[in-house]
Design a protein around this ligand. Structure first.
Ligand SMILES: Nc1ncnc2c1ncn2[C@@H]1O[C@H](COP(=O)(O)OP(=O)(O)OP(=O)(O)O)[C@@H](O)[C@H]1O
Ligand SMILES: [Mg+2]
Length: 174
C-alpha cells in the first residue's frame, strides 16, 4: 500500500476507525506524522472513538498527553508539537506510561526523537488538493500485521467483511 487518498474528513476518520478495528495484540506505537492540519488528530480521535472512548476527545496540544482507559487497555494520545527539546519528555514519566499503555498515538513524534519508544507503524499524512493523502510505513512485525489487516479492509469489504462499500470515496493507489 503506497498511498491512500482521503478526499474528505470522513475518509480520514474512517482510516482511524479501521486502524482501531485492525489493531493487533500486544503493545503498539503508532506515530502520526504530517504538517499542521494534515489530519493527525482526526485519525487519533476516530481511532479512540472506535475503541470505545465516549465523549469529547481533546487534542493534547497543551497538555502534551491525554490518557484513556478503554476496558481493553489504556491508550495514550500525545502531541509533542510544543516540545522544544526531547529532554522535556522526561517530565512525562514515559517509563510508567510504557508499562501501562497498550497503545500510544503520537503526533509530532520527531520532537521526541531518541526518547520515545520506536514505532511499530508510522502514518504519514499530507495535504493533497482539498483532501489528504496517507502513507503507512510499518516498522515491526506487529506493524506489518496491522497494515496487512488494514489492506484487506480497503480491498472492498467493510469492517465486518460484508462486501464492497461503494460510497466510500477513498481509494488505494498502488
Ligand atoms: N481528508 C480530509 N479532507 C479535508 N479535510 C480534512 C481531511 N482530513 C482531515 N481534515 C480536516 O483538517 C483539519 C485539521 O485536522 P487535524 O486537526 O486532524 O490536523 P492535525 O494534523 O492534527 O494538525 P496539528 O498539527 O495542528 O495538530 C480538520 O478540520 C479536519 O477536519
Ligand atoms: Mg493535531
Amino acid at each position: 500500500m503506497s498511498e491512500i487518498s482521503l478526499l474528505e474528513s470522513q475518509d480520514t476518520e474512517r482510516l482511524g476507525a479501521r486502524l482501531a478495528e485492525c489493531l493487533p495484540e500486544g503493545r503498539l506505537q503508532l506515530h502520526l506524522e504530517g504538517d499542521l492540519g494534515a489530519g493527525k488528530t482526526t485519525v487519533a480521535r476516530a481511532l479512540l472513538r472506535a475503541r470505545g472512548v465516549q465523549g469529547g476527545v481533546r487534542s493534547p496540544t497543551y497538555t502534551l498527553i491525554e490518557r484513556y482507559d478503554t476496558g481493553a487497555g489504556e491508550i495514550a494520545h500525545l502531541d509533542l508539537y510544543r516540545i522544544a527539546d526531547p529532554e522535556e519528555l522526561h517530565y512525562l514519566a514515559l517509563d510508567e506510561l510504557a508499562e501501562r499503555a497498550r497503545l500510544w498515538l503520537v503526533e509530532w513524534p520527531q520532537r521526541g526523537a531518541g526518547v520515545l519508544p520506536s514505532p511499530d507503524l508510522v502514518l504519514h499524512l499530507r495535504v493533497a488538493g482539498g483532501g489528504r493523502a496517507a502513507r503507512l510505513d510499518s516498522r515491526s512485525a506487529a506493524g506489518r500485521a496491522w497494515v496487512d489487516a488494514l489492506r484487506k479492509g480497503f480491498d472492498g469489504a467493510d469492517a465486518a467483511g460484508r462486501g464492497p462499500v461503494p460510497k466510500y470515496s477513498s481509494q488505494v493507489i498502488e
